[in-house]
Design a protein around this ligand. Structure first.
Ligand code: KG4
Ligand code: ZN
Length: 337
């Protein structure tokens, strides 16, 4: 089965062709980051308009790259939520319309589900069941994954997502937008032990998170010490250390509570080298294993959408001709809105 995947939920236009026999045949990504940078964040209307400009040319490129004609495709998958409504609608309407024109099924995909399935694109995929840590710009969640479509939310952030905390702290350190990757590079040159950030919500039971306090802690520390370059690197180091340790503590707890020793980490922040290393160590200590997507499929991309759509189509699911986008959509629930 061969599926075209479309991702337009935020500021990246992603397109891919995935084949259940041969794997990923082609993919391309257009990032709008440069366009949004001067505003310090994503401007939704600019994002929607840019997806309109980029999507069809990217589809043409990826079909050519993967030596596929529309007649070779068995379905089209598109991100239907959660995300920015205008941006989502571009992919939803395009996917549904092309499916109709080409006479093939179209299937809506949950963006976070696609993130958690992304390690299945790799050569040595995690067998079900496993635990998933989803860390992106909009979500921080721990999920028990029994199989495709079988998700139980175990915990999530009560305020900022991890990626959001990275981006806000990076901004306070003058690193531009989105600053997650730049912050982790700065942190690598920081000295351990100079600053001690809190590990929020680790001293009470449960698997929920809270990251907005870390950002305030960062703000106060930067105000007091942030004048010199080495201190800024030390602050970045302490921040990343606190985030990574907090995530590791909750992952350990979730592994103990569920008895699962396979962990998937996915979403933009799972590209972070410090987090990857820490989770490697944790799962090894616990006699288990951690699985990541390759770095380029940690952040938003079309490949994970094509893969998730293919798995749903194989399970017999597709969408009716009436279509919708869902800016808010719980992973384990039915779409709302
Ligand atoms: O999954 P993603 O591409 O988009 C959403 O679905 O939100 O995640 C984007 C987030 C941003 O907050 C970005 O700063 C963060 O992932 N990010 C990183 C790294 N690379 C991307 N955070 C920390 N370290 C990185 N290397
Ligand atoms: Zn994402």
């Amino acid at each position: 089965m061969r599926v075209l995947g479309l991702e337009t939920s935020c500021d990246e236009t992603g397109v891919a062709v995935y084949d259940s026999e041969s794997g990923l045949l082609g993919h391309a990504l257009y990032s709008q980051v440069a366009m949004h940078r001067e505003f310090g964040g994503v401007v939704p209307e600019l994002a929607s308009r840019d997806h309109v400009r980029r999507l069809l040319p990217l589809i043409r490129d990826v079909l050519a790259q993967s030596r596929s004609q529309p007649a070779d495709l068995n379905g089209i998958a598109y991100t239907a939520g959660p995300g920015l409504i205008g941006a989502l609608l571009v992919g939803v309407a395009t996917g549904r319309a092309l499916g109709f024109a080409w006479g093939i099924p179209a299937v809506p995909v949950h963006h976070m589900e696609a993130h958690l399935l992304a390690p299945l694109l790799e050569g040595d995929p995690p067998p079900f069941p496993f635990l998933a840590l989803l860390v992106s710009g909009g979500h921080t969640q721990l999920v028990r994954v029994a199989g495709v479509g079988e998700y139980e939310l175990l915990g999530e952030s009560l305020d900022d997502a991890v990626g959001e905390a990275f981006d806000k702290t990076a901004n306070l350190l003058g690193l531009g937008y989105p600053g997650g990757a730049a912050l982790s590079i700065l942190a690598a040159g920081g000295r351990p032990g100079r600053f001690q950030f809190p590990r929020p919500m680790t001293d009470r039971p449960g698997l929920d998170f809270s990251f907005s306090g870390l950002k305030t802690f960062a703000l106060n520390t930067i105000r007091e010490h942030g004048a010199d370059a080495q201190a800024r690197a030390d602050i970045a180091h302490a921040f990343v250390e606190a985030v990574v340790e907090t995530l590791a503590i909750k992952c350990r707890r979730a592994m103990q509570e569920t008895g699962l020793n396979r962990l998937v980490a996915a979403g933009g922040v799972s590209a972070n080298p410090q987090l990857r290393q820490r989770l490697q160590r944790l799962t090894k200590d616990m006699g288990g294993r951690v699985y990541f997507p390759r770095a380029e499929f940690c952040t938003d991309n079309g490949a994970m959408i094509a893969l998730a759509g293919c798995l749903h189509l194989q399970a017999g699911q597709s969408a009716p001709l009436a279509f919708s986008a869902y800016p808010r959509w719980a992973l384990a629930g039915r779409p709302a809105g």
